[in-house]
Every structure is written in C-alpha cells, then in structure tokens.
Design a binder for this molecule. Structure first.
Ligand SMILES: Cc1ncc(COP(=O)(O)O)c(C=O)c1O
Length: 401
C-alpha cells in the first residue's frame, strides 16, 4: 500500500516538473488516473443499474405519495421493538461477535420451528445459516453453488436481484415467463391467473441447468403457487438433478383462500432445496436485515464457506431480538406484503404517486410485453393510502372525457 502511494507521488512529481505553462494540477491528476488499469471487474458489466436505488432516489427528491419500494411507513409491532431494545440494553456481551453461522438461540429456534413446518429433523449447526437479510442468503447461495457456465432457471416476473446474482457467479440466467390468462370483460385480474406453461418450463431444463429459483408468494405478483404447480417444479428438479433456491420471504403474508406450501416439504425435495426467509419481512422491520437459509448439510456447507469468507457474521443484537425469550413469534397478519398489487394501466400512473413499473421484474427482451403494468406497495399507513386515493380520484376525473 505504502509503496503504491509513494509510486503515485513520484509519478505526480515527475508530471508536475514536466508540466507546461498553464497546465493545471487537476489535468495532471486526470492524466495520472486516465492511465489506470480497468477498474470495474468484468462480472459487474451490465448490472450497474438498480431499480430500487433509482426509484428510492426519485421518490425522496420529489414530493410524492410513495407506494414504490416495499417497506412499511408505520412502526413494527411493539413486541418486536421491545425485544430489540432489550437486546441493546441487557448483556453487554451482545455488542460483540456471536457464532459465525448464527446466534445459537436463534439457530435453535429456527431449526425447531421450521423443522415442524418442513417435516424434517433440522440440525441448528448444520442446516441453518443466519444471513444479512434474505439478500445475504441469496447472494451466498449463488456464490456457493453456481459455477461458470451453469444455467439458472428464473421465473418471470422475478425479484430483480436473481439475474445479477446469477451473472456475478458466472452463471447464465434462463427465463421462463408466467403469463396472465385472459379475463372476461370487467373481470378483475388475479395473481393466480398468472401461470407457467408446463411444456415451456420443461423445455428450459438442460444438462447444464444447475439451479432453479422459485419465489412463492411471488414478488411482484403476490401469486401463491398451488400444490400442483409445486409438484411440477419439484418433479422437473428431481428429474434433471437441479437445486431449488426457494425464496419464501413472504410466506406469512398469504391472503385468505390460499395456502403457502414450502417446496422443501414435498417428497424428495429437502435434499435439493434451500429455503430462504426474512425476519425483516415478517416483522415489518426491513432495516434489521436478519435473514436465513435452511437446507441439507451437503448444500449448506458450501454456503458456510462463502459466509465465513465474506461477511463472517451478522449483527448480534438484531439476531437476539428475533430469538427473544426462546421463541420465534410469527405475527398474525402484521407483516409486510411488499409485493402489493400489480395493476394493468393503459396510461402512466398520475403525477405525484410513486409506483414500480412491473417491466423491471422481467428480463430485457421481455420487458416491452409488460410495460403496461405497475406495482403498488400498499403496506402503508392509513394516511398514505388516503393520499393515494385522493391522487387516483383526481386522476380519474382528469381522464374523464
Ligand atoms: C422476493 C424477495 N426476496 C428477498 C428480498 C430481500 O429481503 P431482505 O430485506 O430480508 O434482504 C426481498 C426484498 O424486497 C424480496 O422481495
């Protein structure tokens, strides 16, 4: 490091000595840095834009009713906040590192809680990894399991990070599109109308397919995949020896008439599935960033290798708050349907109302077919929803002939 700084200094000094009259120091600096090697790693090519960063910036710069990014604008439940406060003020050692793969009381609770749901004997040390949010679990999974040239099947519309995470690992995303079945005049579209064509899905599996990313309930649609759909995906994964990365962060946000089923609970699927969850989503506290991956040791041991060599460890107190009093409490309908409502619009939404265009949840070639949908996140305070209502009413009046 010192040698590099010294080298830059000597180089600059040389340039300054040689500088002609009128050449500024800024220009010399520019010349120095223009000679630098390529900075950006090739794996970042084409993935430098992030819709969430851009839309959050725009929403903060303008005076808008923000139904764009999926986070609540109301406080998390009292019991969750109290648990966090207690974690901050109790044992001072909770300010220090805990076990690399998760705070032990939390991994134990996750193991026993999800063990019952998935019908598995889950070992807290071998089958559970606590991560920096579900994002952390996904990143770790892609890095651990996807190799140069591996194909990863992604169902569109998809939570946008699956594509860059595949690319950063050297993999090749292969998209399969869910399409809405036609509705009768006046009939409302519904998430369950959006379906995969089984023949098309099957055609995406090749000898190079390493993994399939599954997201139920789906962001942005809110679609809860049916048992029959899960069985189809499960049988294809088994037939082609493919790993299933199952993102289930919205599993507690299922609407009446639907039932969330974890694909890992289907026969033969535990051995090839990573089940990913998020306390941030379940407890309306997205900033706490506590997530996890659950799965068989044969997959988890590779995730642990990535984890111990990257973040190593997640914030202790945030983990403690989730493990408070030895139980994992799941709030009843207090959570966060980030994947609010997807609406079909012939026109752009009204000014002053921030939403997310559904096209960003599609791969580039397919975006144009879905550019007439927007996603509204409605896990917002009553006053925000009221403000949204006023905007929409005004817009409706303006559109009237
Ligand atoms: C489908 C899906 N998976 C994962 C995440 C990331 O969750 P976390 O905030 O726990 O990292 C999100 C966040 O919006 C999401 O919508």
């Amino acid at each position: 490091m010192f040698r590099n700084v010294a080298a830059i200094y000597l180089h600059l000094a040389g340039l300054l000595q040689r500088k002609k009259a009128g050449t500024s120091l800024t220009r010399c600096l520019h010349q120095t840095f223009a000679m630098a090697k390529r900075l950006q790693a090739r794996r970042l090519d084409g993935i430098d834009h992030n819709p969430w960063v851009e839309f959050s910036k725009m929403a903060s710069e303008y005076d808008v009713v923000n139904l764009g990014q999926g986070f609540p604008d109301f406080p998390p439940p009292d019991f969750a906040v109290q648990a966090f406060q207690l974690a901050l003020s109790s044992d001072f050692m909770l300010n220090q590192y805990t076990k690399a793969f998760g705070y032990p009381p939390l991994t134990e609770i996750l193991a026993s809680f999800f063990g019952k749901l998935l019908g598995q004997e889950i070992d807290p040390l071998k089958n559970v990894l606590v991560t920096v949010g579900a994002y952390g679990a996904l990143f770790t999974a892609f890095q651990a399991l996807v190799d140069e040239g591996d194909e990863v099947i992604i169902m569109e519309p998809f939570f946008d990070c699956y594509e860059p995470m595949t690319l950063m690992a050297g993999g090749r995303p292969v998209f399969v599109t869910m399409k809405p079945s036609p509705t009768q005049d006046g009939e409302l579209d519904s998430a369950s109308n959006w379906q995969l064509d089984p023949t098309e899905l099957a055609s995406k599996f090749t000898s190079r397919t390493k993994a399939l990313v599954f997201n139920t309930p789906n962001n942005p649609l809110g679609k809860v995949f049916s048992k029959a759909e899960l069985e189809l995906v499960a049988s294809l994964c088994q037939q082609h020896d493919v790993i299933c990365i199952s993102d289930e962060v919205y599993q507690w946000l299922v609407y009446d008439g639907h039932q969330h089923i974890s694909i890992a609970s289907l026969p033969g699927m535990w051995e090839r599935t990573l089940t990913i969850g998020s306390a941030g989503k379940s407890f309306s506290a997205t900033g706490w960033k506590v997530g996890w991956a659950l799965g068989p040791d044969r997959l988890m041991k590779h995730l642990r290798t990535v984890h111990q060599n990257t973040v190593y460890h997640c914030p202790t107190q945030a983990q403690v708050s989730r493990a408070h009093r030895g139980k994992l409490s799941v709030p009843q309908r207090q959570g966060l349907p980030c994947c609010g409502a997807v609406l079909r619009c012939g026109l752009p939404p009204p000014q002053g109302l921030a939403a997310i265009p559904v096209s960003i949840f599609y791969s580039m070639p397919h975006r144009k077919h879905f550019d007439h949908y927007v996603r509204f996140c409605f896990v917002k305070d009553e006053s925000t929803l009221q403000a949204m209502d006023e905007k929409l009413q005004r817009w409706k009046d303006e559109l009237r002939p």
